[in-house]
Design a protein around this ligand. Structure first.
Ligand SMILES: *Cc1c(COP(=O)(O)O)cnc(C)c1O
Length: 360
């Protein structure tokens, strides 16, 4: 780490990743738990994460084929589920060659399969739209669609759906989606996959032959921390450093737009991370950071390369001290409470300007 002129980086704790995986997979012991590593493994580095998890998981999932090709190029050999499926007819042959499992969510995709010159023998997942209304075949259309698959395709078919509100534990929608899905599958008895992280953690009835574990794998939670059946460990710790300290008199302001004024003589730390690094510009005054084990709060608007923090009450603070934006000592969920976003977005939008270091 000596070659970093700016000590702003994220640390990715791989043993924590595996411990989260194992604990969560144990909540659904009869399911296979697929590790979802789309969007560069939620900002953690898809290749590193895939290499580390490969001996422990049955398959990976990504959003689209380019993400999967990147993994194959890096030597990952496990099956990879493509959540958006083929985005063009050409994708079919790539998927077949590379052992990608294609989700089929539209009549266009079914037509491409039918146009394939030889019987398409790759593994297919048929997505049923039970109320997300984004992708998938309507329950009433599923039987008709199924008649267009070959017997071989049907033999290995996985029927799947996706929840819109599984993170809301009191919302009856999830139960309704499960019921709709089961009604469709009742007469067919295909292998099934319903659960995302929230499903695995909170909706045992949604556990299928395959579950699709994303966010919680990384130690972040889609449901309130107090409702978690297990203890998750944050995998990413995002850190920076104090570049400068300055004293402010009462009524002096900080940063663009003067959105924060000192109500008392204050000490302000300027920290070397900004929105160009993916730290959210909409983080409000009062958003917490952790310095020397103590919580300090954002004062003034987030700039492109810097943030400013009120450290008046922090004991023993110096230029060069490290600042944790979230991670081991400060949950990303706490940070997310102070801005108009969630932990998914915070993790995935950390930019390439922030180097990652892997703890093995
Ligand atoms: C992203 C995604 C998942 C994983 O969701 P998490 O909430 O991150 O666990 C599962 N299934 C589909 C279809 C997805 O797009």
């Amino acid at each position: 780490m000596n070659n970093l002129s700016r000590k702003t980086y994220s640390t990715v704790n791989l043993p924590a990743l595996l411990s989260n995986y194992t604990q969560i997979a144990n909540l659904a012991p009869t399911s296979k738990t697929i590790a979802v590593i789309k969007a560069n493994a939620y900002g953690h580095g898809a290749v590193e994460v895939a290499k580390y998890l490969s001996p422990h998981v049955p398959a990976f999932a990504v959003a689209f084929i380019d993400e999967a090709i990147q993994l194959r190029d890096a030597g990952i050999t496990l099956p990879i589920l493509i959540i958006e499926g083929a985005l063009s007819y050409q994708d079919l042959s790539i998927a077949l060659e590379q052992n990608f499992w294609l989700m089929v969510h539209s009549t266009e995709q079914v037509n491409w399969l039918k146009q394939y010159p030889t019987p398409y023998v790759g593994k297919l997942w048929l997505k049923v739209d039970t109320g997300m209304n984004r992708l998938g075949i309507k329950p009433s259309d599923v039987d008709g669609i199924l008649t267009q698959f070959s017997p071989e395709q049907l033999e290995n078919l996985v029927l799947c759906t996706h929840f819109s509100s599984a993170d809301e534990l009191g919302n009856p929608k999830t139960q309704l989606q499960i019921q709709q899905f089961e009604q469709v599958n009742e007469k067919h008895g295909y292998k099934k996959s319903l659960a995302n992280s929230a499903g695995i953690l909170s909706w045992p009835k949604s556990h299928g032959d395959y579950n699709r574990l994303g966010l919680a794998l990384y130690g972040a939670t889609p449901i309130p921390i107090n409702d978690l059946p297990i203890k998750l460990t944050p995998v990413m710790t995002l850190q920076s450093t104090i570049m400068a300290l300055r004293k402010l008199n009462i009524d002096e302001s900080v940063g663009y737009g003067e959105t924060w004024q000192a109500k008392r003589p204050s000490l302000i730390a300027t920290v070397a991370i900004g929105y160009a690094d993916g730290y959210p510009r909409n983080a409000k005054n009062g958003t917490p950071v952790c310095i020397n084990g103590q919580i300090a709060t954002l004062a003034g608007r987030v700039s492109m390369d810097m943030i400013t923090v009120d450290v008046t009450d922090i004991v023993d603070v110096n230029v060069g001290d490290s600042v944790e934006l979230w991670g081991e000592n400060l949950t990303i969920e706490t940070v997310a409470e102070h801005l108009d976003s969630n932990n998914y977005e915070l993790l995935t939008r950390i930019s390439n300007r922030v180097p990652k270091f892997y703890v093995k």
